[in-house]
Design a protein around this ligand. Sequence first.
Ligand code: GDP
Length: 374
Amino acid sequence: NLKIGVVGLPNVGKSTFFNAITSSSVAAENYPFCTIDPEESRVAVPDERLDWLYANYKTGNRTPAFLTVIDIAGLVKGASAGQGLGNAFLSHISSVDGIFHVVRAFTDPDVVHVEGEVSPARDLEIIHNELRLKDLAMLDKFIENNRRNIERMGSSGSVDDRKKRDEFAIIVRVRDWVSEGNDVRKGDWSNKDIEAINAQHLLTAKPVTYLANVSEKDYVRKKNKFLPLIKKWIDENNPGDKLIPFSGAFETALAALEDPQQKADFVAARDNTASAFPKIITTGYESLNLMHFFTAGEKECRAWTCRKGAKMTDAARSIHNDIADSLIQVDIMKFEDLKAAGSEAELKAAGKLIIRGKDARIEDGDIAYFRSGE
Ligand code: GDP
C-alpha cells in the first residue's frame, strides 16, 4: 500500500488539495469497496489502457492501481528543533513513500501567510531545511551511537566488523552531503550506499513532486508570476524534481459538482481547463519508481502495481505468493498489439502472443497471464 504525504507550510492549501482530491472522481469512494479515512484518501491511478481493456473485455469489474494520499499538517519553521508539532509531524513523514510538497503561489489578502509575504522560494527553502535538519540529526545520532564501537574494532578483519565499518563510512559521507545543504535523493550513490541509506529512513531520500497552488484565474490562463521562481529554485536545489501547478479554488469548485454535464460545462466555461489531479497522481506514482501491468479476463480487468524493472515472479507476487512460487511461464500481450488487433483472439491469430520465462522482466502496460505449475 503505497503512500504519498502532502507536506507544506500552514495555509498554503494542503487541506484544500486533500479535500478536493478526496471528493473528486479519482477518489476511491467511486469504487464501492473502498473506504476513506479523515486524513487518508485512496485515489485511483488513472490509466486509459485500463479503460480500454474494461470496455473491450466487457467485464463487470475494473480495478485500477491505487495510491494513498495522506494529509500531513503541522510543519512550521523550527519543526526539526521541536517547534509546533515538530517531531510528531516529522515522524508522520517518515512513514510515507513519497512527498507532495505544496507551495503557495496565490495572493489573497484574506488568507494570512505564516511567514508574511507570499514568497515561494523562501517557503520551499524552509521546508527543505526542516526535512534536511531532521535527517542531519538522525545521521549525527547514528554516528554518535556507533563511533566508539567502530574505533574499538580498529582494523579487525572479521566479516561482520568490516561490514559495520563500511556502513559507518557510508553514513559519514551521507551526513557530509546533507550538511552541505543537499537532499539525500540527489546524491550519486552506489547500490551499497543505497542499502545503508534505506536503513536510516531519511526524509530527504523520499521522492518529491512539487505542487504550486495558483489562483483559479492563473490556472486557467496558464500563467503565474511565481512559477518561474519556483522552477528556478527546483533547478538550483533539486534538479529533476517535477513541478505541477494546480488551483485549490478551481479543484474545490469542480469536485463539488456531481452531475457530469455540470462538470463538463464548468470546464468548457474555463477554456477547457481540466483538473490537475490525474497528472498529479500519475506523476506521484511514477516518482515512486512504480509501473503497472494488467490482468484481463471475463471477471475483471485490473491494474497491478510493481517496481520498474521487476521480474515476472515479482509481478506474480503482487497478485499472490502461490502464483509466484509455482510460476512456470507468463503469456504476455503488449497493450499496443492488443489494441491494434482488436481482441485477444485476433492477437493470438496474428501470432503476437509472447511467452516469457519467470526471470524475464515485465514491462509497463503488459497484459499478463501467469501459468503456474500445480
Ligand atoms: P493548509 O493549512 O495548508 O492545509 O491550507 P488550507 O487548505 O486550509 O488553506 C488555507 C486557506 O487558503 C483557506 O482559507 C483556503 O480556502 C485558502 N485557499 C486554498 N487554496 C486556495 C486558492 O487556490 N486560492 C485562494 N484564493 N485561496 C485558497
